[in-house]
Design a protein around this ligand. Structure first.
Ligand code: HEC
Length: 223
């Protein structure tokens, strides 16, 4: 008798357990809900707090893709201090390279140039890459001729500023190339401007931040 009762209780128990788990859409009663449902932020979910903190106008309020101002990526060089405005652009002419151009591995610098810049500025650096193609390409704005007199006169720092922040129709390359790599690309450009001598344009002394404009003849970065 007791044995039968035990079996019966068992069958009822198992049936009840199975029935209660039958509905997949309902998780049933949550014992300790904190463990079932995370109280943490959903990574990209907009919250009132984040909307209020979003400083960049028009930017995605939850993620602006930029590192916190003043932070330096592990292994990267010192942070570039000048701001992305006309004052910063003017002052950039006085910025010296953080990399000694004579020590740059130009083969690697060329590789970086061809990956990031050649599509617009061309393999000959003449500003006529496949994207522009004498105005027949899909890219409307004429990239600068990097071996022109204008760019020969442009200070290293000004180039660095423009590559870091972008200029006109050209975007920023700060996320593709780290600080060292950006200076390396400039060393490569210099090596092509000077007719092949690697360290020809190491020295940008005399580049006065007078106006710092691209066409400014006072920016005597090199002869
Ligand atoms: C999508 C096309 C494109 C790519 C890729 C590109 N540029 Fe440019 N670049 C331009 C255009 C267009 C200008 C002219 C911008 C202006 O003056 O309005 C320019 C201008 C420049 C200038 C002159 C900036 C100034 O202050 O006048 C430099 C230097 C330069 N580019 C270097 C580079 C380097 C180095 C790379 C690769 C890291 C690169 N560019 C990649 C299109 C491009």
């Amino acid at each position: 008798m007791t044995k039968k009762l035990l079996i019966l209780t068992g069958v009822i128990g198992i049936t009840a357990a199975m029935v209660s788990c039958g509905d997949k859409r309902s998780p049933g009663r949550a014992y300790m809900p904190d463990m079932s449902y995370s109280v943490a932020y959903e990574t990209y979910a907009p919250t009132a707090e984040r909307l209020a903190n979003s400083s960049v106008e028009g930017a995605n309020p939850t993620f602006n893709g930029k590192p916190v101002a003043g932070t330096v990526a592990r292994g990267d060089m010192a942070h570039y201090q000048l701001q992305n405005d006309s004052t910063g652009y003017a002052l950039s002419a006085g910025i010296k390279s953080q990399v000694d151009f004579t020590t740059v591995n130009l083969k690697e610098a060329e590789r970086l140039y061809l990956i990031n810049c050649g599509i617009c500025h061309g393999t000959k650096l003449d500003g006529n890459g496949p994207l522009y193609n004498d105005g027949n390409g899909p890219y409307g704005a004429a990239p600068k001729n990097l071996v022109s007199d204008e760019l020969k006169k442009m200070a290293d720092g000004t180039m660095f500023h423009s590559i870091t922040y972008g200029k006109g129709q050209m975007g920023s390359y700060a996320s593709q190339l780290n600080t060292k790599q950006r200076w390396m690309v400039i060393a490569y450009i210099r090596s092509k401007q000077g007719g092949g001598a690697a360290g020809a344009a190491t020295d940008s002394t005399g580049a006065k931040p007078a106006t710092g404009m691209a066409t400014d003849s006072t920016a005597t970065a090199k002869k």
